[in-house]
Design a protein around this ligand. Structure first.
Ligand code: GLA
Length: 342
């Protein structure tokens, strides 16, 4: 193997293990072979934030698909555009036939689609839909993502119900929403949440947007710390954001300002990156999360790609998945049912 190829695999040891394991299965995997070849089909699975539990779970389910269906899986952490494009070269050189990708930048869509086509790779975008040169979603590229607006609305409805349960009123309650508007699925989620909160009777003037510079816990923490210096007189806070990390940083920033579970209620999205939070013996302001289906995003995308390559069965252009609320009360049971936890 060329050493340059290894540089693109993340994390190195885990990816290598994955490679070796995937490779081991190949002699017992005739189902995964193409008609005119004895080698198993190879698929790549690139993710933008390999350190995020959500993406680690996608990989875990992708590996399960590789084992069940008998293809070889290469996991690649592609944290920037350069890594994506170099990764596609490596996949092509390694004889891969397909790629599932959550791109680090959706505006790379046209470049990724062109490069994948030239390399003979069938392509499915997962989580983050490609954006074309015209600024619109690239609907001709196969995509599997969440029903973002709907799931955001469920977050808003959950927060409104918590507000009512706690006896808080529109007069003493404000909304803190961490935003990441450059990503369409993120914008649709937070706008959905605000729409539902407005429908529940909260006035727009109570909505405080905290734009995140980076889509992670520090990005959310910094944005909300700044917001709180301006909004020190708010009594109660409802908190939402586009995923668990976007909300966890906010919860930590509120704690830093002395605001805990008695004065704040927060709901995330993913359900996979907040498990430690829900397991804490003393409840924090993090009330719950909309658990998404990492299995659909990891396993089903690979299965669709595999059947497309092996059997010529083209998948639907646009597939959407739903979410289910987990809280401290039900998360252990639901995570078990969904195969996220033993
Ligand atoms: C985006 C987010 C992830 C996760 C997925 C779900 O990629 O960054 O944390 O929410 O969407 O599709």
């Amino acid at each position: 193997m060329h050493p340059a190829f290894l540089r693109y695999l993340y994390p190195l040891t885990a990816a290598l293990t994955g490679l070796l394991l995937a490779g081991c299965g190949k002699s017992e995997a005739p189902a995964g072979k193409t008609a005119n070849s004895t080698a198993p089909i190879t698929l790549g699975f690139m993710v933008k934030q390999p350190e995020e539990p959500w993406f680690q779970l996608e990989w875990k389910f992708a590996e399960k698909a590789a084992k069940d269906l008998g293809f070889r899986l290469l996991r690649i952490g592609a944290t920037d555009g350069e890594k994506v494009l170099a990764g596609i070269d490596s996949l092509a050189a390694g004889g891969a036939k397909g790629l599932v990708i959550c791109t680090p930048d959706t505006r790379l869509g046209p470049a990724i689609a062109a490069k994948a086509k030239a390399a003979g790779l069938k392509l499915i975008a997962v989580d983050d839909q490609f954006i074309g040169a015209d600024g619109k979603p690239m609907t001709a590229v196969h995509y599997l993502g969440i029903s973002a607006a709907k799931i955001g609305e469920s977050v808003g409805q959950t927060l409104a119900a918590e507000m009512k349960k706690r006896g808080w009123t529109a007069a003493d309650t404000a909304v803190c929403v961490t935003t990441f508007d450059e990503l369409a699925t993120a914008r649709e989620r937070t706008e959905g949440a605000l729409r539902a909160l407005a429908a529940a009777g909260l006035p727009e003037k109570n909505f405080h947007r905290a734009p995140m510079r980076t889509p992670d816990i520090p990005g959310s923490f910094d944005a909300v710390t700044t917001l709180l210096t301006r909004q020190g007189s708010v009594r109660n806070w409802l908190v939402c954001g586009f995923n668990d990390n976007a909300v966890l940083g906010a919860v930590r920033a509120l704690e830093g300002a002395g605001i805990g579970a008695d004065r704040a209620a927060a709901v995330g999205i993913n359900g996979t990156d907040c498990i430690v939070e829900l397991e804490k013996p003393k409840p924090t302001a993090f009330h719950g999360s909309m658990l998404l289906s990492a299995k659909d995003h990891g396993y089903r995308t690979c299965e669709m790609l595999f059947r497309w390559i092996r059997d010529g069965m083209e998948p639907p252009l646009d597939s959407r998945t739903t979410g289910v609320l987990i809280t401290r009360e039900n998360f252990r049971q639901v995570l078990k049912e969904q195969g996220v936890r033993e």
